[in-house]
Design a protein around this ligand. Sequence first.
Ligand code: GLC
Length: 531
Amino acid sequence: MKQSDEIWWRHGVFYQIYPRSFQDSNADGVGDIRGIIDRLPYLQALGIDAIWLSPVFPSPMADFGYDIADYTGIDPLFGMMADFDDLMSAAHASGFKVILDLVPNHTSDQHPWFVESRGSRDNARRDWYIWHEPAADGGPPNNWLSEFGGSSWTFDAATSQYYYHAFLAQQPDLNWRNPAVRHAIHDVMRFWLGKGVDGFRVDVIWHLIKDAEFRDNPPNPHFREGRPPHEKILTRYSTDQPEVHEVIAEMRRVIDEFDDRVLIGEIYLPLHRLVAYYGNDLGGAHLPFNFALLSTLWSARSIEKIIADYEAALPAGAWPNWVLGNHDRPRVASRVGPDQARVAAMLLLTLRGTPTFYYGDEIGMHQVAIAPERVRDPFEKNVPGIGVGRDGCRTPMQWDATAHGGFSRAMPWLPLPDDFVHENVVNLEADARSILSLYKALITLRRKLLPLRSGDYVPIAAQGDLLLYRRQSEGQAVVIALNLGDQPVSIASGAAGLNGDILLSTFLDREAEKVDGTLDLRGNEGVMIGV
Ligand code: GLC
């Protein structure tokens, strides 16, 4: 049995790449696998340990790859299987783990399985998807809503039944109550694991099983105008069903057929429901993604409470994790502002548990305004005008000040913001006090200091905008003091146990300063103190 600290997915730093937007190598305006290979040296200098790739499989791209038409191929837009194999070897040679996106809840409507399934009511694959008779009035079987707008049921005139889709009509949900579906996806997992892939991030894993009776969902008493329409009903019967845990346990057994792989679940649920996804006897997901930082009010007291609630809810033996951004949520630099984005980086990389951040967050990329004619996201197209669009967090990586930010020689699929001429990797690498330099320093310290990688989390009482905690292990400790406000803060450091040496400030200008008696923080400053 490996010691906790030797397990790579516990101590490693995870980095999400949205392949369409990372680096284009063939001048078609869309990022690709060769592009990622070309940028591995950048990722090495950044210091991350594992890369998770959003889907690169053949897809009509109705939902930009989350509608898969072939689970074991590579979409020509991204390259060929040979390119993927080259990426695997190059990444492993550089010491990176590679995580793929597994999208088992639904396929594309162009997937041969669905084409067969919709062919006739007695097709052998009919029961691979969720087909239902119309309601008495001919309408959809129940009141379930698609996350991307409208009913989640689409009528198929040829066979006079409805099929269910939690997302787009082009993304029919697979029927996970059917063992044949389970086996087919298990074989997909084995295909990639056999190629050396180090694990999966499983898309909408809490959606896999739906109520066997398809009961109507209850209305959401807290629905607010201006929120997406699917929030009008709760998802009591359409997600997070008890039987899902058996499905995940089976996936985990497939993962465990191979050495040292990881199973990560995408799960948007309150913390007390989330932790159930570690599974009985921890035989579920290794890391049920913890998205609490994506939606919290950005204040010291609410973050302190989230950490405490999460730490308290974790089952024995469960390893925590924290996520700062992804391809579905507004950029952290826009959510919390550019100054607090540095504080957020220190928070993410000093909390207990595996940190995941999103490409471009390390250079402070912000949400990019997308002109109406350039909108690509189907969510925004179906539910316009209330700000649900995800294009703004999916814009091309800003590598340098040349045309299209060095991302592509052609017009990129999404625009870059004007400020890319300053806010780009080349410029920020040259600036010893940039946010990029901060990320590197944080990752370096995390690698160096055992308390940060695997030490206990010990809260220290604080007030106002100050968030204080200690990470400690085997006689070594560091204290993290984060000022979540924009005004300076001073506290007596002796009694709180903060006397020591500043290891890092988010401003990158106080290293080796001593804290003795008083700790002074500037507005929007975080410091790490070796105590
Ligand atoms: C997940 C993905 C999101 C996608 C949805 C449907 O939430 O992260 O991008 O649209 O699933 O597959």
